[in-house]
Design a protein around this ligand. Sequence first.
Ligand SMILES: NC(=O)c1ccc[n+]([C@@H]2O[C@H](COP(=O)([O-])OP(=O)(O)OC[C@H]3O[C@@H](n4cnc5c(N)ncnc54)[C@H](OP(=O)(O)O)[C@@H]3O)[C@@H](O)[C@H]2O)c1
Length: 336
Amino acid sequence: MTPAWTPPASGVIRGCWQLARGHGAGWDRGAAFAALDRVAERPGPLVLDCADIYTGVERLVGDWMAARPAHARKTVVHTKFVPDLESLATLDRACVRRVVERSRERLRVETLDLVQLHWWDLGVPGWVRAAQWLAELRDEGVMRHVGVTNFGGRALCALLDAGVPVVTNQVQFSLLDRRPLKGLAQTCRDRGVSLLCYGTLAGGLLGDRAGGSGTDNRSLRKYRLIVDEVGGAKVLERARAELAAVAARARGSMAEAAAAYVLGQPPVGAVIVGLSRRGPDLLDISRVRLRPADVARLQAAVPDTVAGGVYDVERDRTGPHGRIMQYDLNRGVQRA
Ligand SMILES: NC(=O)c1ccc[n+]([C@@H]2O[C@H](COP(=O)([O-])OP(=O)(O)OC[C@H]3O[C@@H](n4cnc5c(N)ncnc54)[C@H](OP(=O)(O)O)[C@@H]3O)[C@@H](O)[C@H]2O)c1
């Protein structure tokens, strides 16, 4: 029997890609600890989203939890298993164990909470087997739950039909990118899988500071391409104006309204909001209640024109979305 996965009561997971070397200008350890302290000081449990390929991040979060035992007690960490593109065809059980054990060692936890499988090319067989190996590690107690990231409905069903106890699917979902509503959300509802959603603020483009963070980083590069898909700067401007109006009506911030829009779509279990370099970084979605008219107004502002289902345009490695990905950040460990 699969233990139930419970979404965070706040509806918010804090994303740690922003702390990775290579994401942007880079955060020193002090700035990273300060950002983690800020979110930990908010009431209630803290859930963090990491990945084996976010360079330096699992170890940093492990160090932070060791240095802050009181914060660590209220913190749950999700991570990912992202085998390199070139190793997909030859991935074996020992490699899966090695990478997952490395996450456990870096985070300094006895049991990982959630490990999410990403597979760069679903045309390369092996992903069902890899997920089954993760499930074996779950049965051994190495992790509590198995999740996936960037899986469309068909591939997700293939895993579930093969007996893999997938509890979550982490996908991009925002006012700008509504691909999950094209079928995946219904599939997840039918099969009891929660969606965990990134990109809800489009790297800050939908946040309260116009122009995003002002510095270039990999999130902004990714989401500017999504803005292109829906019509460019004019549409972004319109989306921001509507968000500002809805936020004012609902007495929240634009970031809260953008996150509440996504969180309000079942079966979204949580939004994953990247850590902010700049405090204060308030995100209390519970105080923002969107009405059906708000949702209609927001959706009317942005055409639903990102092609295909979740992660389809990203899987085209020759296209603009695929060309900006880094496919080999696990180099080394998979050849060991
Ligand atoms: N599975 C995948 O393929 C995948 C892909 C991408 C991301 N992710 C996960 O999702 C997380 C979220 O990252 P993302 O790239 O999608 O970015 P995001 O959550 O859409 O944007 C986060 C950024 O928005 C800005 N921001 C503006 N107003 C804010 C406010 N009021 N409160 C908080 N932040 C505000 C912050 O930048 P400032 O520093 O300017 O404040 C923050 O870094 C990542 O850390 C990662 O864990 C997963």
